[in-house]
Design a protein around this ligand. Structure first.
Ligand code: SAM
Length: 285
């Protein structure tokens, strides 16, 4: 047995008595743990923060991928920033897309997940439509001249290498990478314990995009309730869900899901008052 402990906030921890520790080490960017628990399945943690578990990774990966894809309606090209475990790439490549570019700063996370968490990518890394670039996502969007129908920022939290991915210069560069009608989404942690992440995203989104907001997904592993997922676009208001259109698109591709459905998509945009007020507040910059 090996205990893994994440500090959720001062005085609040999440401890797993792992059945076995498959990997524990440090890359050039972060500490990595991969371990197995009989209920959670295999777990990836970076810098002692649980990133994903086999138990419920599909909630996060389906909601962060299919919500913008079905809202857009005709995604052919996509950009993933981060996503080292391959879960987003897996879900995107289930659609009839032409090209997915994935920019992950830490190649060792990809290698370790391919080896110890193969169910997450499920062959995505071998799909010829995927262009995997090992590098800083912020530099990529700054230097690239390619455009994408969706940009999915599947990063660590706004600390460490992920911090730049929540700030105005990066989001401004991402806006230039969106094709007309393009949609950007990102993860903002769990507002119960990290309300500052939603507030920070709201204040940066407001400076860069005319349309932005949040939708929510319950990922049991992320202790403390719902996870806030951010969206932003020049021309789409994702909060105005056209359920008939989403349903027609969903039925058109005929993908089996474990969490996402058109009804779950629509419900994810319901704004509990306490979260709506977070989204409206101006974050400390
Ligand atoms: N998909 C998981 C989940 O369910 O939340 C977690 C996301 S994934 C493991 C987060 C990835 O973001 C990590 O692999 C990390 O190396 C990567 N990352 C952090 N900062 C980055 C940056 N500036 N550019 C590219 N990738 C970055």
């Amino acid at each position: 047995m090996a205990a893994f402990t994440e500090t959720i906030c001062p005085g609040v921890t999440f401890t797993v008595e792992a059945d076995h520790m498959l990997y524990a080490g440090r890359t050039d960017f972060q500490t990595v743990h991969v371990f197995e628990h009989n209920t959670l399945g295999r777990v990836l943690a970076l810098d002692n923060v649980v990133q994903t578990t086999e138990l419920d990774e599909f909630v996060y990966h389906e909601m962060l991928t299919h919500t913008p894809v079905f809202a857009h309606g005709s995604v052919r090209t996509a950009l993933i920033i981060g996503g080292g475990d391959g879960g987003i790439a897996r879900e995107l490549l289930r659609h009839p897309v032409d090209r997915v570019v994935m920019v992950e700063i830490d190649g060792e996370v990809v290698s370790l997940c391919r080896k110890h968490l193969p169910s997450l990518s499920n062959g995505a890394f071998d799909d010829p439509r995927l262009d995997l670039i090992i590098g800083d996502g912020a530099k990529f969007v700054e230097n690239s001249d390619e455009t994408f129908d969706v940009v999915i920022i599947d990063s660590t939290d706004p600390i460490g290498p992920g911090k730049v991915l929540f700030e105005t210069p990066f989001l401004t560069a991402c806006r230039e990478r969106l094709s007309p009608g393009g949609i950007l989404v990102n993860q903002n942690g769990t507002p119960a314990f990290m309300p500052w992440a939603m507030k920070q995203s709201a204040s940066h989104f407001a400076r860069v995009f005319p349309q932005y907001g949040f939708f929510y997904a319950p990922v049991p592993t992320y202790v403390s309730g719902v996870m806030a997922l951010g969206w932003a676009s020049e021309d789409h208001n994702l909060a105005n869900v056209n359920l008939d259109a989403i349903t027609t698109r969903f039925e058109g591709v005929g993908l089996s899901m474990q969490w996402y459905s058109p009804e779950v998509h629509a419900g994810a945009f319901a704004q509990p008052p306490v979260l709506a007020s977070l989204a409206r507040s101006v974050a400390p910059t």
